[in-house]
Design a protein. Structure first.
Length: 290
């Protein structure tokens, strides 16, 4: 909720509108848009280093020290051409990954939704169908062996158990593997986390949440696949946990119909936070160097 003494939608820079509460708030001004830097209180100075992102609504200013880029599910299972026709998602991805994937422990008691998503064949919706059921048990499920796949260079590899940790099918997609490894030598290396649900932030404490909370992260920029499934689920849980959420629309992909992505963008703008782009993020980070 917003607090404003004069009731205006936005205020002058010396009298910002406050949205939130004493420990978690944003500030809105006509000149600069939303300030998401999270100072300790209204009188505390703003950080010297800031990033300004253009969004589909008002621009937002964030503190890089309190921000993480979260990339969901960018692994071979979804992106490698060796897995078959996956151009719907593959053609739209851009960023490197902080992986949120399944682990062997989670398979002992998988949620029914996860079993259904990856273990059943679902026919297209048939509104006037006279058939009693339009779903059936598939040939594979989470944790079962996928078999061998042939890579672009002709090499045959074992794909491993479906969506299990330390298998080829859950390894980083090749274009992302090298940047991830290079980051491990940097002062702020990329991190990988594992999940057993669509969302990587659905319950706590988890390694991911402990990582974010331990570093004082308040703002999350989201990319990855699939836009309308794991990305959206993680955005919703992050927002409900009190994180700022920014959906990087051109950094996500899905093979769902276009209306699914349109729904995500609409609700991220209207309900969950903001919609920006990798292009805007790249421009902002480049401007910090000058």
């Amino acid at each position: 909720m917003s607090n404003s003494a004069n009731g205006q939608d936005a205020a002058e820079d010396d009298d910002p509108v406050v949205a939130g509460n004493a420990t978690n708030f944003w500030l809105l001004t006509q000149q600069h848009g939303w300030d998401l830097t999270h100072p300790e209180d209204l009188k505390s100075p703003r950080p010297d280093t800031k990033l300004r992102l253009e969004t589909t609504t008002a621009p937002v200013t964030i503190d890089p020290a309190k921000t993480a880029l979260v990339i969901v599910d960018m692994q071979n299972f979804f992106l490698s051409a060796a897995r078959g026709d996956i151009s719907g998602s593959q053609g739209k991805h851009t960023s490197r990954m902080d992986y949120l994937g399944n682990h062997a422990g989670g398979i002992r008691c998988p949620a029914p939704t996860i079993s259904r998503i990856f273990g059943f064949d679902m026919a297209e919706e048939q509104k006037n169908s006279k058939t009693a059921f339009c779903e059936s048990k598939g040939s594979l499920g989470v944790g079962q062996s996928i078999g061998d796949v042939v890579l672009a260079d002709g090499t045959t590899v074992a794909a491993g158990r479906m969506l299990m940790r330390d298998e080829w099918n859950t390894a980083l997609h090749d274009p992302l593997e090298a940047p991830f490894r290079e980051s491990q030598q940097m002062s702020l290396p990329d991190a990988r986390f594992h999940k057993a649900r669509l969302s990587g932030l659905w319950a706590g404490p988890t390694d991911c949440l402990e990582f974010l909370d331990g570093r004082g992260i308040r703002t999350l920029l989201f990319g990855g696949i699939n836009t309308d499934q794991c990305v959206l689920a993680s955005i919703q849980d992050a927002s409900n946990r009190g994180f700022d959420t920014v959906f990087l629309e051109d950094g996500c992909g899905t093979d769902s119909p276009d209306f699914a992505s349109e729904m995500v963008a609409f609700n991220c703008r209207k309900s969950w936070g903001f919609v920006s782009s990798c292009e805007s993020l790249a421009r902002s980070t480049e401007s910090m160097k000058h």
